[in-house]
Ligand binder design. Structure first.
Ligand code: TMP
Length: 256
């Protein structure tokens, strides 16, 4: 994957390149970590590789469930092939347990179980710091159509149900997460598909027994041990062997 190729876009944690076929895109996962709208930055070696693997694992399972996603296949340690979509400018947040900005905004103690899962929308706009919005804003400003909002809500509920169960089975509480959707154009048809990534960068994941944080809050809150936490998530998902630390290891001589 070292041939010259056109860079389409560079974000905070990923780079998009033109894919090998029309309508495809290559997503490259960087090691860059940012928080608080990139006020805080670091390079955390191994993060991109882990997010690529974890996101692949989750998107493949969602594809298997018949949930439409942009994901096609992983190409290498840091890259995956996806279908080209037009990103709907919304950050869709699902919360099962109060934490982060919601705990602060509403004065709820972090860790309090919510009476039911809550879906929030933010307007995806870095200059504005991704402000929280209501459905009214989305339709009034035409960021998504009522049909798209219905599709997004239905898919989001299914994704939360699936992921909550998947993580519960490996002793992890899915506290909250953020997802994004895109429009996939097929001739005259447009369909709403899950896009972007699902990884410990975009979820809050707490160990069931100890409440230890296994997500990007380790970086946001200066707790350290981010790569170890992401490795633990990957290990419990069964996508990491003890001798495959998903870190760019030095080449070693293998005797045959
Ligand atoms: P919040 O509590 O800070 O609003 O975050 C809610 C969830 O969304 C949490 O799982 C982290 C994720 N998230 C992102 O993926 N990107 C972001 O820019 C922010 C602010 C949160």
């Amino acid at each position: 994957m070292n041939q010259r190729r056109r860079r389409i876009y560079e974000g905070k944690a990923k780079i998009l390149y033109e894919g090998p076929e029309p309508g495809t895109v290559i997503v490259h996962f960087k090691d860059d970590a940012t928080a608080f709208n990139a006020e805080k930055k670091a390079v955390i070696e191994g993060k991109g590789v882990l997010n690529n693997r974890i996101s692949e694992f989750i998107f493949e399972r969602l594809n298997d469930l018949g949930l439409p996603t942009h994901f096609m296949k992983r190409l290498n340690m840091r890259e995956q092939l996806v279908r080209e979509v037009e990103i709907i400018p919304l950050e869709v947040i699902v919360r099962n347990i109060a934490a982060g900005s919601m705990a602060k905004r509403l004065g709820i103690e972090e860790g309090t179980a919510l009476p039911r899962s809550i879906i929030e929308f933010c307007y995806k706009n870095d200059e504005l710091g991704d402000p929280l919005i209501a459905e009214e804003h989305i339709t009034a400003f035409g960021w998504a159509s009522p049909q798209e909002i219905d599709d997004i809500m239905a898919m989001t509920i299914r994704i939360n149900d699936f992921m909550s169960g998947m993580f519960a089975a490996i002793g992890i509480k899915l506290v909250d997460f953020k997802i994004e959707f895109g429009r996939q154009y097929e001739g005259d048809l447009v369909r709403t598909v899950l896009a972007d990534e699902i990884s410990p960068d975009s979820c809050r994941l707490w160990d069931v027994k100890t409440n230890e944080k296994l997500d990007k809050d380790r970086f946001r809150r200066d707790l350290g041990g981010l790569v170890e936490a992401y490795q633990e998530v990957a290990r419990r998902l069964g996508i990491l062997n003890e001798n495959d630390p998903a870190k760019p290891a030095k080449p070693t001589l293998v005797k045959s």
